[in-house]
Ligand binder design. Structure first.
Ligand code: PAF
Length: 281
């Protein structure tokens, strides 16, 4: 397993693999890898001859008051995690490698980014799509792997790939959870023990919403109410949003039918956590 820092090095390596007729998978990450990321890497390893993992805390997807500086970073830990999961190459560029001076071109998306996190993090998805588009152009992968935990990100990436004809297949992978139900996230490291316990309210509340749908409830508002009321029983939780949207366009629905995303964002103390489930109505 190799670590490279420049676009030129990653391109040279991928070109060599291509000459040998090998297929290439890409797992874009911001590092501080956990089992969720490892499940993406393993999936890529099982479907491609070679797997590239990018480790880059992308400054342009963080708003001015967000956690860019505090975001956890540990390359040695990430190297072990990639090695263990069978990845072949880490691309770990400096911000100046990805964004040389006078950078003025962005991938901007509409519709799928209006609601949920897009409503409260105005520049976030523009930053995500721009860096992911750049990574696609740098690595030229056959397939790229994204977790369903960031469901709006997944829907948005699928959309720009389709709209802008990027020749890459997007593979969605299920949410990986701790044993007690908390969705794995690099941001879980911000939680103190009391907050870590309180954070269970996210998965528990979603479970109640899911059970109601499975028992036949079809009103989106009723599902929102069930989830919100349960979230509000946790004193350390502050609800950012509870939304029920169609998974393709990320637009609100009144009735649950077709592929529906039930998504929440909740502050536990100062840490903003997201979680969701997707259900076929
Ligand atoms: O999901 C993430 O970790 C990031 O948004 C991504 C896709 C690596 C882009 O920086």
């Amino acid at each position: 397993m190799k670590v490279v820092k420049t676009i030129q090095e990653v391109r040279a390596q991928v070109q060599e693999w291509r000459k040998e007729g090998l297929t290439v998978g890409l797992v874009p990450t911001m590092g501080y890898l956990h089992e969720g990321h490892q499940s993406l890497i393993r999936k890529s390893v099982s479907e491609n001859d070679r797997t590239v993992v990018s480790v880059f805390v992308n400054p342009i997807q963080f708003g001015p008051n967000e956690d860019l500086e505090a975001y956890p970073r540990d390359l040695n830990r990430d190297m072990k995690a990639v090695e263990e999961a069978g990845g072949d190459l880490i691309f770990h560029p400096e911000p100046s490698e990805m964004y040389p001076g006078h950078f003025t071109s962005f991938i901007d998306t509409t519709e799928t980014t209006e609601l949920l996190c897009g409503a409260v993090r105005p520049i976030h998805f523009r930053g995500v799509c721009t860096v992911v588009g750049k990574l696609f152009n740098i690595v030229l992968p056959d397939k790229a792997y994204f977790g369903q935990k960031d469901a709006q990100q997944l829907a948005t990436i699928r959309r720009f790939v389709r709209d802008l004809n990027f020749p890459v297949e997007i593979v969605a992978c299920p949410i990986v959870r701790e044993e007690d139900g908390l969705a794995k996230s690099s941001r879980n490291t911000y939680l103190n023990p009391q907050e870590r316990q309180a954070a269970l309210i996210l998965s528990k509340s979603l479970k109640l919403g899911k059970a109601a749908i499975e028992q036949g409830e079809r009103s989106a508002q009723r599902i929102i109410d069930i989830i919100r009321q349960n979230l509000q029983t946790e004193p350390l939780a502050r609800v950012d949003y509870v939304e029920v949207v169609d998974f393709e366009n990320i637009q609100r629905v009144e009735t649950i039918q077709g592929e529906t995303l039930v998504a929440i964002a909740v502050y536990i103390g100062k840490t903003r956590l997201i979680d969701n489930f997707i259900i076929k109505g």
